[in-house]
Design a binder for this molecule. Structure first.
Ligand SMILES: C[S@@+](CC[C@H](N)C(=O)[O-])C[C@H]1O[C@@H](n2cnc3c(N)ncnc32)[C@H](O)[C@@H]1O
Length: 230
C-alpha cells in the first residue's frame, strides 16, 4: 500500500501537536467546524442499520459518539498512526485502502466518509464510490462530506491557510474540488440512489441548506450527500 508521504507528514505534525482526541489532529482548523459536520452526519444515519464503517477515519472521532450507545463501529485508514489513534479512541480498526477495502461484498450497513475526497482526483473518487457500493448491504447507506472547494469562503480560507503553511514550512494539503454533480454522477453509475444532498454552513444558525443558490456559493463549508444502495 502506497501512502502519500506529504499528507502523512501533515497528519503526524497535527497529531503530535493536538493529540488524538482533538479533531484538529484530523485537519479541522476549528473544533466548532468539526462539531457541526458531526451533527449533520449523525442526523443522517439510520441507527437501525449497522455495522457502521468510517472510511479514512483518521483518529476515528466522527463516529465515536455511537460507541456509548453500544453500536458496532469500525474505522478504516491506511495510516499507521491514525489507526493507533483511532484504537485509543475506542474504534475497531481495519487498516487498509479505501479503494480496495478488505471486506466482502454486501457486509456493511452504513459507510461514512468525511473530508477525504478533496485529497483525491476524480478517477479515485469514482473508484472509492464503486468500492463502497460493493461492500454495502442492500438498503445500506453511504454518507459523504467533503469541502465545498468552490465556495467563496472556502477559496479565501484555503488561500490564506496555504500561504501560512508555506510560510511555516508545513507540507500542503492537496485540494480537488469535486462539485456535487460529479459525485452524484459517480454514485448513480455505481447503482446508488441519492437520498439527500445539502451544503453545511459555518456562520448561520442553520446546519445545512440546499446546494444551489448564492448562500451556498458564498459561505457554504462542506458538501454533503446521502446515498442508498437499492
Ligand atoms: C482529513 S483526514 C479525515 C479524518 C476523518 N475522516 C475526519 O473527518 O475526522 C483524511 C484521512 O484519510 C486517510 N487516507 C488517505 N488516503 C487513504 C486511503 N487510500 N485509504 C484509507 N485511508 C486514507 C488519511 O490517512 C487521513 O487519516
Amino acid at each position: 500500500m502506497k501512502a502519500d508521504t506529504n499528507v502523512d507528514a501533515r497528519y503526524k505534525f497535527l497529531r503530535d501537536r493536538h493529540g488524538e482526541e482533538n479533531p484538529q489532529a484530523n485537519g479541522y482548523r476549528l473544533g466548532s467546524f468539526f462539531a457541526r459536520e458531526q451533527r449533520v452526519l449523525l442526523s443522517a444515519l439510520d441507527y437501525k442499520k449497522g455495522p457502521f464503517l468510517d472510511v479514512a477515519c483518521g483518529s476515528g472521532l466522527m463516529l465515536a459518539p455511537l460507541l456509548k450507545e453500544g453500536h458496532m463501529v469500525y474505522g478504516l485508514d491506511f495510516n499507521d498512526d491514525a489507526c493507533i489513534a483511532a484504537i485509543q479512541n475506542g474504534i475497531k480498526i481495519l487498516r487498509g485502502d479505501a479503494f480496495n477495502m478488505p471486506l466482502a461484498d454486501n457486509t456493511i450497513g452504513q459507510i461514512v466518509n468525511c473530508q477525504f475526497l478533496n485529497q483525491q482526483p476524480p478517477e479515485q473518487t469514482k473508484k472509492f464510490i464503486e468500492e463502497s457500493a460493493r461492500v454495502l448491504k442492500p438498503g445500506g447507506q453511504l454518507i459523504i462530506l467533503w469541502r465545498h472547494a468552490r465556495s467563496m469562503i472556502h477559496k479565501t480560507s484555503h488561500a490564506v491557510f496555504t500561504f501560512m503553511d508555506r510560510f511555516t514550512g508545513q507540507p500542503p494539503f492537496p485540494q480537488y474540488e469535486h462539485p456535487m454533480q460529479e459525485v452524484q454522477s459517480f454514485a448513480e453509475a455505481s447503482g446508488l440512489e441519492v437520498k439527500q444532498k445539502a451544503v453545511t454552513l459555518p456562520f448561520l444558525k442553520r446546519d445545512m441548506i440546499c446546494t444551489d443558490g448564492l448562500t451556498a456559493k458564498t459561505i457554504g463549508a462542506s458538501l454533503f450527500i446521502v446515498l442508498r444502495k437499492p
